[in-house]
Design a protein around this ligand. Structure first.
Ligand SMILES: [Zn+2]
Length: 429
């Protein structure tokens, strides 16, 4: 058996069909391996987003949705038997003949309305399948399965025919665009810029809440709705309780141009972001794909939060650059500042040392050192049953301060005494 041409065909398929198509190719590859052929592979070339509109029965507004199409290429090879190659499988029926062409093969028109005869034995009878084959010299023929061996020779022409038939069936499903797996039928998707405009709106009204923060709140017995969940509820065209809750709380949604601008800027940022970790890599992929599904909604929504965080960090860095150097303090110095972060104390010989905190002084420089015992007591007293988190609190401390040799805007404090503390007022209900 000689190997045929490297087959190459391109299809535009709904994204939800990729998984079932890959499963089909895995089966075809098994058959290819049996025949000593290379595996049949599917390569994703690019994705296209096709927006469409739906009407929200609750608000009477149009909701934009999107279908995601994937351009795929299929590579493989076709066997030749005595110079003959399979072109298509014909399945005659009372309604007409179903032609499944092998990917990359064109079936001559005459086979569309052919009868069930066999070019080898010249008999016409009811056949479930007839194979169209093409010789290297250009001749074509249609052969019934019983005559395959006599016509083509080879050890197992039926196995080759089965392989060709599987390829043909694959090509039919890939080209149809119909949902191949009912579980993924009509999977909802939205254009990314549209989805993120809604995210910007929800953040503007209710603040940002990630999926993981919402889940963590649920574990503590509290109820918090993730930003992405609000957006999904608002974008569901029908009546739903969550949408009613939102409208009662915030009024009917009104998207501003500022929301759209934030969405677009955040997308451009995510498209060009350096993939320092998997999370940023995934954001980049979604931003370049240009569409959001249920599965990627949480990640997609976080594009805006991640972008805003980057802005804040850049601003903070610029502010830090403006900060003065730590002066040469002799003896103890009293200063006021805000607690930026708190870390667990070091453990030595089974004993844990005092916790550490980073404090930004009003002047702008930052110092690091132990939490005074008095501050720990204040956290306990403030928190009632729970311990009060000191991050964000304003403190006045008396301590010795030593400037860092590496960074003149950073230093270490020791032997701190707490003079005063003010905890921020809680807004989080
Ligand atoms: Zn025959």
């Amino acid at each position: 058996m000689t190997e045929g041409l490297t087959m190459l065909d391109t299809y535009r398929v709904p994204a939800e069909n990729l998984t079932p198509l890959r499963a089909k190719l895995a089966k075809i590859t098994k058959q290819a391996v049996k025949l000593g052929l290379p595996p049949v592979t599917l390569t994703e070339v690019r994705r296209e987003t096709e927006p469409y509109e739906e009407l929200d029965v609750l608000t009477g507004e149009k909701i934009l949705k999107a279908r995601i199409w994937v351009i795929i290429q299929v590579h493989g090879s076709q066997p030749k038997l005595a110079g003959w190659q399979f072109v298509a499988t014909l399945a005659p029926s009372d309604e007409g003949t179903i032609i499944s062409a092998v990917p990359g093969q064109t079936v001559p028109e005459q086979y569309r309305n052919t009868d069930a005869h066999c070019d080898h034995c010249h008999t016409v009878r009811r056949r479930r399948e007839i194979y169209v084959v093409r010789h290297e010299d250009g001749r074509t023929a249609q052969v019934g399965s019983n005559c395959l061996r006599d016509f083509l020779g080879g050890t197992d022409p039926q196995a080759v025919a089965d392989y060709a038939q599987m390829l043909g069936a694959f090509a039919l499903s890939a080209a149809s665009g119909d949902p191949l797996d009912p579980r993924f039928q009509g999977e909802a998707a939205w254009p990314l810029d549209y989805f993120l405009t809604w995210v910007a709106y929800v953040i503007r009204k209710a603040g940002w809440c990630s999926r993981s923060a919402a889940n963590a709140a649920m574990d503590r017995g509290q109820s918090k709705t993730a930003t992405a969940s609000w957006v999904l509820d608002l974008l569901r065209p029908g009546e739903n309780t969550e949408k009613r809750v939102w409208i009662n709380r915030h009024g009917r949604p009104v998207l501003l141009e500022a929301d759209q601008q934030l969405a677009e800027t955040a997308i451009s940022w995510a498209q060009g972001v350096t993939a320092e970790n998997d999370y940023l890599h995934n954001l980049g992929v979604i931003a370049r794909t240009g569409a959001v599904t249920y599965r990627t909604s949480g990640l997609a929504a976080s594009i805006i939060a991640a972008y805003q965080k980057t802005l804040e960090q850049a601003q903070e860095k610029a502010e830090r650059a403006q900060a003065p150097d730590i002066p040469d303090f002799t003896g103890r110095h009293t200063f006021a500042g805000t607690i930026i972060s708190v870390k667990a104390g070091q453990e030595y010989y089974g004993h844990r040392g005092p916790r550490k905190m980073l404090v930004q002084a009003e002047a702008g420089w930052r110092v690091y050192g132990s939490l005074p015992a008095e501050l720990e007591r204040q956290c306990m007293a403030q928190g009632g049953q729970d311990y009060r988190d000191p991050v964000g609190a304003t403190v006045t401390l008396a301590a010795s301060i030593k400037r860092s040799e590496k960074d003149p805007k950073f230093g270490f404090f020791s032997r701190p005494t707490l003079k005063a503390v003010t905890f921020p007022t809680t807004v989080d209900a």
